[in-house]
Write a protein that binds this ligand. Structure first.
Ligand code: ZN
Length: 207
């Protein structure tokens, strides 16, 4: 079974470590993408999830048409500090889906470091923390590996990390900002070129 790669929108960026020099980020799957990808790849009727051990384990089964039987993969979640039960259930579900290959490219992510000037650091205990939010605005995957990434600090409204080559096709023709593929495709279809926003479209003389 072959699943498509995640889109940039389906990737969550979370702060991992923080020091006076900046912070590191880790990439996660968002809460809904496993269900969406299962639905669109095998169809909503052809997969099922079940939980055991009070949600600590999740079994995701796909219907094998040729063998006429369910094929299952299982994994264990770890407790998250928020919403104990829901956290455990969704974590074990995500992990079982990793076993099916969904989002496995995230394991190939480079080390993502955001330097102090690009993140607002706040003192906490003996160290630092940050309340800034980060978003993956571009990700390209080739042969199962992440080859290009763009990460924005949403709180500061700017790109703070770039990895690999962002394809020119997915760059705003006015401001040069990376544009999510879905938006780039829509814009190309409507305008012939890529605009990241209505503002850039206006700046180019569009309606
Ligand atoms: Zn733009």
């Amino acid at each position: 079974m072959k699943f498509r790669f995640l889109t940039a929108e389906e990737v969550d960026c979370r702060v991992s470590t923080v020091s006076e020099k900046g912070c590191s980020l880790l990439l996660y799957k968002d809460a809904r993408c496993d269900q969406i990808i299962l639905d669109e790849t095998v169809g909503p009727m052809n997969w099922q999830r079940s939980h055991t051990r009070e949600n600590a384990n999740c079994i995701v089964s796909l219907w094998d048409k040729e063998k006429n039987q369910w094929v299952s993969k299982e994994d264990t979640g770890t407790e998250s500090f928020t919403e104990k039960e829901k956290g455990l259930a969704s974590d074990s579900f995500k992990r079982a889906c990793f076993n099916w290959g969904i989002g496995r490219e995230l394991y190939t992510a480079p080390f993502i470091w955001v330097k102090a000037g690009d993140v607002q650091l706040k003192p906490k205990g003996n160290g630092f923390t940050t309340y800034d939010r980060f978003e993956c605005t571009y990700m390209r995957v080739e042969n199962g590996k992440i080859v290009a990434l763009n990460i924005e600090n949403k709180t500061l409204h700017r790109t703070v990390y770039v990895f690999g080559n962002i394809m020119p096709d997915d760059i705003c023709s006015v401001c040069g900002k990376p544009v999510k593929k879905e938006i780039a495709d829509k814009s190309r279809a409507a305008n012939g070129v890529v605009f990241c926003s209505g503002t850039c479209k206006k700046a180019a003389g569009g309606a």
